[in-house]
Design a protein around this ligand. Structure first.
Ligand SMILES: [Zn+2]
Length: 185
């Protein structure tokens, strides 16, 4: 087990001015672990209003709204991937006998490729399905065109608008969020 010794230092005033921003430097008791730095707010008022993440102080409500929106978007994307997988695989099956560069080119043309050639080659050699190497939400129009089942198409369309909604919410929260960089020296 690694033990850390922590030394603390005030680096600036907190956002409200009544307390301090504290830098904690954590030093391990062995040579192979790394030391690391964290920041915190020594101020009850600011701790209620702000969160500290690495070298930034963010307004708490917007930061939480951003994370919630991001999670909502990711959850919807995972569901779309699940619903779309068999259709994406069926679509790219027509290029299965073509060289892997051509397979990837077809994916890139549709703007749904997620891997670079080296990784794409490796994954395909290992039998990774096309659907696992594609992000069909990048091209909603194409995605909806390959899904033949009407019920699934409807579900996907709803999830796609949820993804858009989440993006907007995330953007809105990001714009409204207060972000203060902690002086690091
Ligand atoms: Zn404060």
């Amino acid at each position: 087990m690694v033990n850390y010794e922590t030394s603390e230092r005030e680096v600036s005033a907190c956002p409200c001015g009544k307390g301090k921003v504290i830098r904690s430097f954590h030093t391990p008791d062995n040579a192979w672990s790394r030391n690391y730095t964290t920041y915190g707010l020594a101020c009850p008022e600011c701790n209620a209003k702000f969160v500290v993440e690495r070298e930034h102080i963010y307004s708490r409500s917007e930061h939480e709204a951003m994370e919630a929106a991001s999670e909502k978007g990711i959850a919807a994307r995972i569901k779309v991937d699940q619903l779309a997988a068999s259709y994406v695989d069926a679509y790219f099956k027509q290029f299965e006998d073509k060289p892997k560069t051509e397979q990837l080119r077809q994916m890139s043309l549709l703007k749904v490729a997620t891997a670079h050639l080296d990784r794409f080659r490796k994954e395909r050699r290992q039998g990774t399905p096309f659907s696992r190497l594609a992000n069909p939400t990048n091209n909603p129009k194409w995605l909806l065109s390959i899904v033949s089942d009407e019920e699934k198409k409807k579900q996907i369309a709803e999830l796609l608008s949820k993804i858009d909604e989440a993006k907007e919410e995330e953007e809105k929260a990001k714009t409204a969020m207060i972000s203060i960089r902690v002086p690091t020296t």
